[in-house]
Design a protein around this ligand. Sequence first.
Ligand SMILES: Cc1ncc(COP(=O)(O)O)c(C=O)c1O
Length: 387
Amino acid sequence: MDRIYLDHNATTPVRPEVRDRMLPFLGELFGNPSSAHSFGQEVKVQFEEARQRIADQLGASPAQIVFTSGGTESDNYAIKGTAFAAGKGHIITAMVEHPAVLQTVSWLAKKGFDASYVQVDSSGVVDPDEVKKALRPDTILVSIMHMNNEVGTIQPVEEIAAITKEAGVYFHTDAVQSFGKLPTKVDDLGVDLLSMAAHKIYGPKGVGALYIRKGTRIDPLIIGGAQEKRRRSGTENVAGIVAFGEAIVQAEAEREQLYSRLTGLRETLVKGLTERIPEVIINGDPSKTFPSTVSASVSHVEGESLLLSLDMEGIAVSTGSACSSGSLEPSHVLVSMGIETVLAQGTLRFSMGRGTTKAQIDHLLEVFPPIVERLRRMSPLSASKAC
Ligand SMILES: Cc1ncc(COP(=O)(O)O)c(C=O)c1O
């Protein structure tokens, strides 16, 4: 069997239609969209069409979309931009956010802003009442993600938005994992700022966007030639942006059909893992989790060893742990959900996508249980349990 890719939350392969759409911009369509001549203007037309496509997906107007270099920049821009415009104040976020949000908030905290971190329940869900309790008169921003990248948890963004709206506080959501996979109409969600990235929806890496509701006070982070209506200077990544526009149209066209296919694959995977491997825990509440993601904690083994063994079998997954300077740090998301450190370290994330088939999942379910058994036999973690 060919190699199997089960790491779609990390990135996705570029769709052939998307690649075809971007190629002319690496060839004859090389003009700078800021140029007044025909070379520039023919590029600008297509580039603005991509902005319209992103805006349509959000139910927003094109003027509210700023192109960026990806999810990390969009998160930085939303959080630092509103903080800089306010000058001082308090920011609320959640313990389960992506580092692009968590690190940005903690950086601002070192610069004199205040930060509060709301906890999640054992399924990884933020309680909107906790956000309400954390609000202060000087709160300037709440940043809670739409879909978690490690577990797939979908946060109650609409309920949190009702709270921030009443309090007159800006609400940013990191929708990098949900854009193109779940409905993301900004008025339905009630958000003021929303981060997106193309490479999670079969577009290229290094391109993203930030939705900014009209009237939001936000400073630019990147200053220079006044592109993007002075909100993000620098000659735009035209090929990437046009490709992003194509990727979202394609993703939306198959969104519902893919959701139901992934739901079936998820059921097969979860059933197979829990039936064939003793002492495996599936993290998160399936009713509040996007079906592409299965986070499984396997007791008495290290996730890194599982990952490498699967890789040798041609199956790509990811761990729930970040390996830093040789020591295994348990995932902050799993730890926030109350999962024991040692179990968090034995966690794998299987993230499926449009190329995932039932045959691939069946193959994984053949290969994986003997790997777990072998590693458990060798593992000091199971030996220490025996003592
Ligand atoms: C939830 C979330 N936010 C932000 C990012 C960062 O996006 P990018 O890799 O485009 O900078 C990711 C990427 O993994 C993500 O999953």
